[in-house]
Design a protein around this ligand. Structure first.
Ligand code: CA
Ligand code: CA
Length: 226
């Protein structure tokens, strides 16, 4: 009986040891992968100046104003003054400075009633977001604004595509222009419910000042080797 117990205990101990060794090997592997991941930077963005309550370079606003130019989940952010000073050198007290929120410097946080400097920011993305070659799909126009709006969602366009490879799994960019004059969507003055490479493009009539969207077509930018 004692012998059986000892054997079972030994087997348990052996399994535990193997688990620890595998864990160590996996831990080392994960570490190596992390080190070899290449990072790339987006362009610099500067949408605000500190004349109001501060310099608000939030990720949500920058995304809205620069559709397709910032990757889905940035892993880092860098802020510098328009004259090129680092945040450390400029010495401003920041309210937010992270890749989820973006950058916010509030004038009321600065000592001695000083205003914030004017900052620009850029984000860290994973390739192939920056630098890689981008290939564009054909233009899609599946809807017109006669109903509730112009609904050009990516999911609907995927259904309409001839093959599942026609639009890559993770488009990096989206471009929308009007059907009649090829005017870029951002230049029409209309408001968009969605305009990003994850959801596609949606213009709702009820969001427009004159109650009607223009008719748009969209296309997607994918890594060329998808
Ligand atoms: Ca700024
Ligand atoms: Ca349309």
């Amino acid at each position: 009986m004692i012998w059986i117990f000892t054997l079972q205990y030994s087997l348990f101990y052996l399994q535990l040891s193997v688990a620890i060794v595998v864990g160590l090997v996996l831990g080392k592997f994960i570490c190596v992968v992390k080190v070899t991941v290449v990072r790339c930077w987006t362009d610099w963005f500067d949408r605000d100046d500190p004349s109001g309550s501060g310099d608000w370079e939030t990720l949500s606003s920058l995304r809205r104003q620069n559709p397709g130019k910032i990757c889905r989940n940035p892993t880092g952010i860098e802020a510098q003054t328009l004259s090129g000073l680092s945040l450390l050198a400029a010495g401003d007290v920041t309210y937010r400075n992270d890749p989820k929120t973006g950058f916010i410097c509030r004038n009321k946080d600065q000592p001695g009633r000083k205003m914030c400097n004017d900052f620009r920011v850029r984000f860290v993305c994973h390739p192939p977001f920056c630098g890689g070659e981008v290939c564009w799909t054909k233009w899609y126009d599946r809807d017109n604004p006669s109903g509730t709006g112009d609904w050009e969602q990516l999911s609907k366009q995927r259904q309409k595509a001839a093959s599942k490879d026609e639009i890559c799994e993770f488009p990096l960019y989206i471009e929308a222009v009007t059907i009649d004059t090829n005017t870029p969507a951002m230049n029409t003055g209309q408001k968009f419910f969605a305009y990003n490479p994850t959801d596609g493009f949606i213009c709702r009539n009820k969001d427009q000042r004159y109650g009607k969207c223009r008719d748009y077509k969209v296309r997607y930018g994918c890594p060329c080797n998808h």
